[in-house]
Design a protein around this ligand. Sequence first.
Ligand code: COA
Length: 400
Amino acid sequence: MKLGIEAISLYTPNKYLSLEKLAQARGVDPKKFITGIGQEKMAVPAPDEDVVTMGANAAYQAIQQVDDSSIDTVIFATESGIDQSKAASIYVHSLLGLSSSCRSFEVKQACCSSTAALYMAMSMVALKPEKRVLIIASDVARYGLETAGEPTQGGGAIAMVVSATPTIVSFDTEFGSYTEDVMDFWRPNYRDEAVVDGKYSIKIYLKALEESWKNYLKESNASFGEFDYFCYHLPFTRMAEKAHFHLGRIAESDLSREELAVQMEDSLHYNRIIGNCYTASLYIGLLSLLDTADKDLSGKRIGMFSYGSGAMASFFSATVCEGYKKALQPEQNQKMLAAREEISVEEYQKIYAHQLPVDGSEYKTAQHETGRYRLAGISDHKRIYEAVKATVPAEELVHA
Ligand code: COA
């Protein structure tokens, strides 16, 4: 039985900040952000967006492509959760009008819980091959203003329908994992921003890649040379370049640096202009590869590396389905990215400073241009979501 992705959809906020402008405002050489870190723009979620609205916006598009009555589980992967108890998936389940017989829950392990959700979903579908599982990975990457992590922020969501009739990619059952208790990145309950030891997290990422790869080889008889492309977890695009050259060395590949770069450069395009999306990043990288590669990738094998600080990682593999292009919407994704509004560093800082009430008082969130769903406000400690028209006329927009 083949198990994999039948539909995949991307959502990212309508506002972005140019990293060149951020560098100028911070008195940093823009080449550091653009070449050294490898990022050009970062998405800035509006005050009426959160992981639920972004996830619902991505998921709405994904479920249009399948029979949604066959979805019997929604799994929401995030590390920017909006509640300690209630799963974000239940809000999305309700916004999308899914059947009440469909299970719905949230999973967590930093950026790699989406991969845990993927393998959980495939196990569920293996038990009931006529059913589908909707996975939503949605996050807002948020670090302190004027910190080293600031240029590696971003936000967005990916939704994937997993089934026994994949049309985009199927996944192999073998995977190699690695877990180590480290403090490279974490977010205590009382903080809105992550605490990160960036240089240490890069070291642990590379160590976890090496160990996951070794464990993968114990399970699989695949070799480095059998993979045509690679997708890595993308906190920033230079991280994937470092990782791929590192893996090439460990695997004793005889490919040149240029040849290695070709194996992953198409997976970087979307991240470079959206920024880090934590749980969604690896799968936005996969979509970027599938959407933007010039060649037909049917039948190609992709090595996938998922990393979650703290830390847990997995190396696994995918094969691109014949005719996969028919199941994708590259023009729609590129149109959404091209239509975004650039905001100034001042507007970004204003949005950054925006906070929802924490005392349960009534609050109506100003309306920005978002997708189909938005956070309307807070009432009696409850988040209130609403469906809106996909495009709000400019005169009706209110700035934070
Ligand atoms: N022109 C070109 N490149 C430049 C440059 C310039 N003027 N100035 C610096 N650089 C390069 C550096 O050489 C470095 O490249 P290298 O890693 O290949 O040596 C890169 O830009 C970053 O510079 P560095 O001084 O290391 O940046 P930093 O201390 O500001 O931190 C991160 C960078 C990524 C560690 C930081 O943004 C961070 O902590 N991000 C969040 C954590 C994260 O994403 N972790 C990853 C694992 S999940």
